[in-house]
Design a protein around this ligand. Structure first.
Ligand code: 2YJ
Length: 275
């Protein structure tokens, strides 16, 4: 999984209003509405949780250490959704202890391998990779009004890509997958899911694409007037600069916002009944 950098999150907190406006122009929805959909919680219940929960972020110094601006960006997204959010003064386990003893009920924390939100009231834990996959599929679904006329192509079968696949199946959408390591496709049941083995050919065929890879600048989309809708959770962006500028109105890409918002929705959503 890509490690975010200071540059990825620089200015993110102060630009959230512009971000929301762009997202609404593309999807017709607010960030919180997309998150609620992906987190399987009603918009009313999500707003109720926002009034009710104390949320915090614990900076984590292990591995490659704190990323300047990361905790600040996460807390700004939490506040943008109407929740009360703060950053603990202490870091790591000491910060976790501070948060719990001072009344935090949802705690966000990330090291180099995993980024989670833990709901201490219910014991629910939301993982960023799963939340990001679900959030981007919800955004693409809204942007295209339900993927009419074609399957969705998911590029990359890592944790984010697999979460996209699972949610697309839940939504009843047809889908196809591609991974540069074709052995990863074997895990996915071929009946319901098409396996694509040639990237260039696949990109020409599908008008709805999720780029869940960590690779940069490898996707050249068909040129306009072809209409292609892309959800690009991967950091860095997989589209070439040219393709991005040609299709920008139909591309959703951010470093953190949809993933963090969906983590919060998943952390407060009613527990699912396991069948
Ligand atoms: O607390 C801090 O500032 C750091 N320990 C944050 C580390 C952030 N972690 C990552 O960037 C991981 N690769 C997971 C991020 C998932 C984003 N999609």
């Amino acid at each position: 999984m890509t490690r975010l950098t200071e540059k990825d999150v620089d200015g993110l907190g102060t630009e959230l209003i512009i971000y929301e406006r762009n997202l609404a122009e593309k999807t017709g929805l607010k960030l919180g509405e997309i998150a609620a959909m992906a987190g399987a919680i009603s918009w009313e219940d999500f707003q109720g949780a926002a009034r009710d929960y104390q949320v915090g972020v614990v900076p984590i110094t292990s591995g490659q250490g704190v990323i300047g601006g990361f905790s600040e960006a996460v807390v700004q997204i939490i506040r943008q959704l109407g929740f009360k959010g703060r950053i603990t003064e202490k870091t790591d386990v000491n910060g976790f202890y501070e948060g719990v003893t001072k009344g935090l009920e949802i705690i966000f924390m990330a090291d180099d391998a995993r980024f989670v939100a833990l709901n201490l009231r219910t014991g629910q834990i939301a993982d960023n990779a799963i939340a990001t996959g679900r959030g981007y599929v919800a955004a693409l679904n809204a942007m295209t009004q339900g993927f009419p006329g074609s399957e969705v192509l998911v590029l990359g079968c890592g944790p984010v890509g697999l979460a996209c696949v699972e949610y697309l199946l839940e939504l009843g959408s047809g889908l196809a997958v591609y991974d540069c390591d074709s052995s990863k496709l074997k895990r996915l049941h071929q009946g319901a899911i098409k396996h694509e083995r040639n990237l260039e050919e696949a990109i020409k065929k599908y008008p709805y694409i999720v780029d869940a890879t960590p690779a940069s600048s490898f996707i050249s989309l068909p040129e306009p007037p072809a209409k292609v809708f892309v959800a690009a959770p991967g950091v860095p962006m997989g589209l070439t600069n040219k393709s991005y500028s040609q299709h920008a109105k139909n591309v959703i890409h951010d470093p953190l916002q949809i993933g963090v918002a969906t983590m919060l929705a998943m952390a407060v959503s009613p527990p699912r009944i396991k069948k």
